[in-house]
Write a new protein. Structure first.
Length: 255
């Protein structure tokens, strides 16, 4: 039995000086792969560097995070393309985020559309960050001339209706993380109505640590806690939750 963390930031500054120890702890906890989303040019080299140090366990993505889309977004995409010859598992994390304001919403939509079409032309899946922008998200999907066949809504906390609506665009999975363990979260009820074959696990480390570790620095060694809660919600064994979500991740990201 092993786990796959489909979204974790091992190069984050909060792990500085402890990267090797943290990764060893995660491997010892049964986490076979830890997929690394890209953010922007300020963090990209560090992300690829740590993936290069652990090529059997860490796998990189490439993309421009919506929160990093500002006036210079076109230049940021050009910098991203300098890494386009790297072996990546997905284009991500890309998407829309209006939580902190809508000043750059038009730029976010343009950057998102461009990256969706780029991923589709390369035959790559996408890893999506979506926050408080659901209708614009679907509008961008509708505007694309070509779309990836597969994708994942990372840190999913939306509705089952949103997930069902997405299925007309391809095979879309949901990334389930620590939120499912939170006491007042509505996500467990939603997850009951999403087939297990469409669920992958993630931590979004160093953020979103699951209960009972909420508020502490998260890492992939906590993935079994998330899997255990998923198993409880689904009424299945931990082994089935781990095996099925890992198989889903292998299919989605061509691992």
């Amino acid at each position: 039995m092993f786990y796959i963390d489909t979204h974790t930031h091992n190069s984050d500054k909060s792990f500085a000086g402890e990267e090797d120890a943290v990764i060893r702890r995660c491997l010892d906890a049964g986490v076979k792969y830890m997929l690394q989303p890209d953010v922007d040019s300020s963090e990209r080299e560090a992300m690829f560097d740590i993936c290069g140090r652990y090529p059997d366990a860490l796998r990189p993505m490439l993309g421009l995070y919506p929160g990093s889309v500002k006036e210079d977004w076109k230049e940021e995409l050009e910098k991203m393309l300098e890494y386009s010859d790297r072996d990546i598992v997905a284009v991500g994390e890309i998407g829309l985020d209006y939580h902190y304001g809508k000043e750059f919403k038009e730029q976010q939509k343009e950057a998102f559309k461009w990256q969706l079409e780029w991923a589709a032309r390369r035959g790559l899946p996408v890893n999506i960050h979506l926050r408080e922008a659901t209708e614009d998200f679907f509008a961008v999907l509708d505007s694309c001339s070509v779309l990836p066949e597969k994708g994942c809504l990372h840190a999913f906390s939306g509705s089952v209706e949103t997930w069902r609506r997405l299925q007309k665009y391809g095979r879309w999975y949901v990334g389930i993380g620590g939120i499912i363990t939170f006491k007042k979260a509505s996500l467990p009820e939603t997850v009951k109505n999403i087939p297990l074959d469409y669920i992958v696990l993630e931590t979004d480390a160093p953020y979103m640590a699951p209960t009972p570790l909420r508020g502490t620095r998260n890492d992939s060694s906590n993935l079994p806690l998330i899997a255990a809660k998923l198993a409880e919600v689904k009424g299945i064994s931990l082994e089935e939750a781990a095996e099925t979500t890992s198989l889903n991740a292998i299919k989605l990201f061509n691992l």
